[in-house]
Structure formats: C-alpha cells, structure tokens
Design a protein around this ligand. Sequence first.
Ligand code: F0G
Length: 457
Amino acid sequence: MKTIIEPFRIKSVEPIYFNTKEEREVILEKAFYNPFLIHSNDVLIDLLTDSGTSAMSSNQWAGIMQGDESYAGSPSFFRFEKAIQDITGLPIVIPTHQGRASEKILFSILGGKGKYFLSNTLFDTTRANIEFSGAEGIDCLCEEGKLPTVAAPFKGNLDIELLKKHILEIGAGNIPLVLITVTNNSGGGQPVSMKNIRAVRQICTEHNIPLFIDACRFAENCYFIKLREAGYENKTVREIAAELFSYADGCTMSAKKDAFANIGGFLAMRSEELALNCRNLLVITEGFPTYGGLAGRDLEAIAIGINEVLDEHYLQYRIRSIEYLTNKLIAAGVPVMQPAGGHAVYIDAKQFLPHIPVNQYPGQAFVGALYIEGGIRSVEIGSLMFGKYDDNHNLIPAQLELVRLAIPRRVYTQSHIDYVAEVIIDVFERRNGIKGMQIIEESPMLRHFTAKLKPVE
Ligand code: F0G
C-alpha cells in the first residue's frame, strides 16, 4: 500500500517562531510549569488541544462570507440546523458558543443535588458542569479502557454490568440521563462500539432513562466502527453516524472538534419539553435560539465543516496520522496508550517516569520536559486534571496518569509529526533526570487551567 497522503493542498500558512532550549527553560518557569500559561508564540508545535485549532477549508472560508448576521431567523441558522438534522436525525437543534455552554444549559436543567449522571468517561468540563449543578458524575468505563498499554478495539465502551449495578443502587429516577462520550477523550480518544451503544440504549429504555451522546468526535468514532466492527465495513461513515444517533435522545457537541470550526457547538434532541427549557436558558446566557452565542458566519462554517468531516479520505488520513506517531513511539519503547486513539497520542506518564510518585504529578513533569526539549506543548490528563483531596488533604489520584498530544485537524504535516517523535524519544532517553512537581497555587474547580507549580527539590 502506498503512503496515505494529506488529502488537501495548503493555500495559506502561518509562521512557527523558533526559540532555544535555554529560552524555553525561562519561559516555562515564568509560566509556573503550566502549559496553559505559556504564550502560544513561544510554542513550536502546539498539541495542547485539537479543539478550535483546525485549519478551515476554502469552502468554509467562502461560507464565512455568506454568513447572514440577522439577529433572528438568519438563513445561516437554517443551513446549520439542516446540516445537523441530516447527519444526526435529531429534530431539534440549539446553537451554543461551544460544547461546555451546551453542557451548562443541559445540566442546569437536569442536574441538582441527589442526581447522578452515568457515562463511559465524562470530559472535565462536563463533569464540572454536573458537579456545579450539585449533581454527581459516575464513570463506568470498561476494564480494558483502564489499561493504557493493553490493545483492544473499543476501549471507550461502557461496562454494562457496572452501569446496571449503579442504576439499581441509585434508582433510575435519580438518573436524568446517561451520556456516552464518542470517542472517549479522557480515556485516550478510544472509540465506543455500536454494539455497546445499542446495549446501553436497551438498558436506558428498560429503565426509562434518556441517552445522550457527547458527540465532539463522532466522525472519528464512526470511522473506527467502520474499520473494526463486523458488519460495518461496507457502510459509509454517514450511514454509521445515522445509526449511532438513532439510539440517542439527544447530544451535546463542541463544533470545535469534528466540525472543523474555530468556535461553536450545539445541543440537539427529540424532546420538545426539554428543548423549551433549554431555549429559555439559552436566551438568558447565550442568545436568541437562531444564533445562540455565535455569529451567522460561524453557523455557516459549522454547517460546511460537519459535512466535510465525513469525507472518508480525510478520516483515513486523520486516523492513520495518529497511528503513525503512536507506532513510532512504540518502536522506541515509549509507553503509549494502545491502540492509537482518534485525535491524540496518549503517553502513560506512570510508566514513562516510574521514579515520580503520583502525588508529584508525573504527567505534568513530562509536559514540562517535552516543552523544554522541543518546544512542544502537550497537556496532562491525570491527577492534576482529575485529582481530588481527602479530608486530610491527601491526593486521591486519577485512574490514569496520561499526557495527551492532541493533533489539530489539517494543520501539521508528516515532518512536524516526525519531529515530535524525535523529541519524545530524546526525552525518554534522559527520563531519569526529570523531577516531580508540586502545586503552589490552585483553584477549587478545573484547577489544571490556572494552577501554579514548581519542581520538587
Ligand atoms: N466534551 C468533550 C469530550 C470534549 O473533549 C470537550 C472539549 C468538551 C466536551 C467541551 O467542549 O471545549 O467546546 O467547551 N475538549 C477540549 C479538549 C477542550 O482539549 O479536549 P468545548
């Protein structure tokens, strides 16, 4: 088989500003060892997130010019609405300025004290919005999903027995909905199988609990189903997506991922009653229901992007480019999440830095080393992001200590990725000299965004 090429030509480019290792040491110290506090001009390859960082297509830019900025009833909204209805089959579409705005609205209405939301794994903003409402989130990830270096085809699946157990213990009446995250971002960008979604649907139906999809990366998940699940090899990704959403009562979506948009999101659903409540809150917090915090041009970019992402040449290149980096790292002995996920490479920091205990945040230590070595920005998805404290202020660590290298869509070429592999392998070879980290300042919620740290002496 020949090399899978980037299925695009480049029309417009942005410069990368180079700096030296010595300069980066100072920059990182000034940023308190937190990659979120580094200026992006000081980053060579930015793998902090695949969210809002996509390169838009010439068609999307053309759509931007067609954006109609009317306050109410803009044709851009109706194109946006139809694009989403056609792909998901969900009749009601509510625009929001990004994914977490959809979450805020949904969980403000359905959450509150005594309520529980079950999921494969809730993303950090999702969990935060649930907890902010007073409710609790419970992850029911399958066992293989918790073993980073053990390969399995659908490590994003829910543990069906665990889900049933929680429903019986909590009582279906206290569970406003089950949310399946596709692909499972916090669990390594791993896909969920159609079989698993169908099984969850059946349980939800038996207990009269609505099922929602966190659809940020639905196209990547559907492409994995095509590649890995028997019976789907000859279906189009569009057909697979239609089936996936047919099991859902609704979805939340950040269009900053699988819609190639730099901003935007939506809620979609079947229930008129829930939609009425969502729209009431939308008007207070986001905007009128035909723009929901977005400009008409953003609605156009999303309407076009959400169709472009279903192009299977694109998805083949996308999934292959993540696998390419993963395989290079595996060949060098670097402990990475296996198999490759959909949007990112995840490094198992516990195995990478076995000399650093979890209460010294090995993931964050690796993030810093990677920045200094090669100017690469990554993010910790471990105990800095998800850790809690017990009553004695001892860390209750996260399940996994991962570092994510999220690949922006259509942005970097193969030589950028080769460079990333070289830098990681360099860091791996001198890993014994890397020190643990301690927190010197933190906020009570989503602390990883603003926490200040320093190396442990
Ligand atoms: N759900 C998932 C699975 C996500 O990955 C994200 C965002 C959101 C919800 C929230 O969407 O950012 O538009 O408000 N993930 C980004 C990331 C931030 O880097 O993974 P948002």
